[in-house]
Write a protein that binds this ligand. Structure first.
Ligand code: SAH
Length: 214
């Protein structure tokens, strides 16, 4: 199956019907073919609104969740963005269409290597991907205008809060168990942090340390 006009129309329709309404986000998701980020057996399902398995026992998020997180992040073309949890690289590719510079990290070296190949193939030159434990952020590149975490922590990690610029926004799933997680938006103000709860979600956990294969 290819991302032809018919597939795009259905893909965008599903996104809109699930609450993705920001036109810049929809345009980015129309431009970036999710088929490049889904490998093997599941490629036929790349344009369905469902999460799919990727290597290392991880998942590529559901497109509507990618859309909702991206619009909640309110990215502008001047922004420097950190994504924690590269996974397939799809979310970083969407962000690359909207922001100036994307740093993305994953604890699995293999996922980072594979995602970089796709970034090169698609000529997404404003993405830099590293193998790292993202719960510590990337102190060398901080502060960030926007931070997006695509794995669930119990609470927003302190180093990530510290690496958010004043006026900056971080979107992340938080929750203790596999079943109860909420997407939240944290805005850093002059005086501290403001928290908004957006919706229930389900993500793989944020795990400390590099993976054994890394
Ligand atoms: N954004 C991805 C989906 C991410 S799935 C996409 O678009 O495909 C969550 C990812 O978070 C997994 O790849 C997992 O390896 C990674 N992860 C979990 N804990 C992490 C940590 N502490 N540091 C960096 N990456 C982490």
């Amino acid at each position: 199956m290819s991302f032809d006009a018919e597939a795009k129309m259905q893909f965008l329709f599903a996104l809109r019907s699930r609450g993705v309404t920001d036109s810049a986000v929809l345009r980015a998701m129309e431009r970036i073919d999710r088929g490049h980020f889904v490998k093997g057996y599941f490629t036929d399902r790349a344009y369905e609104d469902m999460p799919l398995p990727i290597a290392c026992g991880q998942t590529i998020s559901q497109p509507s969740v990618v859309g909702i997180m991206t619009q909640a992040l309110q990215v502008s073309s001047r922004d420097k963005v950190l994504e924690v949890g590269t996974g397939s690289g799809y979310q970083a590719a969407i962000l690359s269409q909207l922001a100036r510079r994307i740093y993305t990290v994953d604890r699995h070296r293999r996922l980072v290597t594979e995602a970089k190949l796709v970034f090169d193939q698609l000529d997404l030159a404003n993405i830099t991907a590293f193998t790292a434990d993202g719960s510590f952020g990337l102190p060398d590149q901080a502060p960030f205008d926007r931070i997006l975490v695509t794995a669930a922590a119990e609470d927003p990690p302190g180093p990530l809060l510290a690496q958010l610029r004043i006026g900056g926004i971080m979107v992340l799933p938080v929750g203790q168990s596999d079943t109860v997680q909420h997407l939240i938006r944290v805005t850093r103000t002059e005086d501290g942090f403001e928290y908004d709860e957006l919706r229930p979600v389900r993500f793989v956990p944020l795990v400390e340390g590099l993976a054994k294969d890394s």
